[in-house]
Design a protein around this ligand. Structure first.
Ligand code: ATR
Length: 294
């Protein structure tokens, strides 16, 4: 795909309206990302952010639809509300139990979840790690972890181990996805940190909320090696504690900024039928994060 920028391609054209809805939402990078995608593709898209009261999600969505809105990204704390609101769900949104992309169509509200595909595309396309045949360790069993299991299984890994501080929640995920794993011949196991297998993993994904308060999820050091990609779904200007820990054990580390860009690219594709190139937008965001605010 060409990364040419068509800055003036849609000047004067009536734009289709999209927004990210959340609470809080002012910090969201989605308006920046989608503006770059619109420039890149020449699609007539206007994308803003919408703050909804915590008990006012549905009313805000309905008002946006009435005003001609075509679609929305949904962020914290409304992904479950969006799941409940949708008239139709994609299989990956149904499996995730959460919706981050709404499309307002003639036949109703469609709900999808692009977070998992965003993770997978960042790992495979941007970071160059093939998941086919890989041994994957997933740390965490909350909403973020649940959303990525099916898209990861779609890439045909050899094994997937799901480990969580509260082991019963990992057991639940293993039970939920057992049939899907069997279908693709993936050995799916999990539980407490004891379920971690005695070998280095190809990919370790931190889907716990630990990085928010600089907590390291329990994980055997032997799981990390020089061939391991250690991926933290969180991102910040500085490497997270999980990334630094992985690096001291010889692993390559990545944060979740690329996942953010790629989930947005997949949403854009759902709405517009055109797939933007995430790489230049990711590079621009990375540069902005490294530059201290004036
Ligand atoms: P999210 O939607 O971000 O996944 P969540 O559903 O609240 O949020 O899940 C948070 C995840 O981070 C859980 O797997 C949680 O472990 P528990 O199920 O045991 O609560 C995990 N988590 C949060 N803080 C953690 C910490 N300090 N160490 C390890 N795991 C942590």
């Amino acid at each position: 795909m060409s990364a040419d920028v068509n800055v003036n391609a849609n000047v004067g054209v009536a734009r289709d309206r999209y927004a990210v809805i959340g609470n809080p939402v002012a910090h969201s990078k989605s308006p920046y990302i989608h503006a770059r995608f619109a420039e890149q593709t020449g699609e007539p898209v206007e994308y803003t952010h919408l703050l909804a009261p915590v008990d006012g999600f549905v009313a805000q969505v309905r008002a946006f639809i009435d005003a001609g809105g075509r679609g929305m990204n949904v962020t914290v704390p409304f992904k479950l509300d969006a799941h409940a609101l949708a008239d139709r769900l994609s299989p990956r949104a149904a499996a995730a139990g959460a919706v981050n992309t709404l499309s307002f169509r003639e036949d109703g509200i469609h709900g999808d979840n692009t977070d998992g595909v965003g993770l997978v595309r960042d790992i495979e396309v941007n970071l160059g790690f093939a998941l086919k045949g890989a041994r994957i360790l997933l740390l965490g069993a909350g909403g973020a972890a649940r959303g990525v299991v099916l898209p990861m299984l779609d890439r045909l890994p050899r094994t997937l181990t799901i480990v969580n501080r509260t082991s019963a929640k990992a057991d639940e995920l293993v039970a939920q996805f057992a049939a899907a794993a069997r279908e693709v011949d993936c050995e799916l196991t999990g539980g407490s940190a004891k379920a971690i297998q005695p070998h280095t993993y190809d990919v370790i994904v931190n889907a716990t909320a630990g990085s928010l308060d600089a907590a390291l999820p329990e994980c055997d050091d032997a799981a990390f090696g020089p061939g391991t990609l250690a991926y933290d779904m969180m991102y910040s200007a500085q490497p997270t504690v999980f990334m630094r820990h992985a690096q001291t054990l010889g692993a390559r580390a990545a944060d979740g900024l690329g996942m953010l860009v790629e989930q947005a690219a997949e949403s854009f594709y759902i709405w517009r039928g055109v797939r933007p190139d995430g790489a230049p937008v990711l590079a621009a965001l990375r540069a902005m994060m490294k530059t201290p605010a004036a």
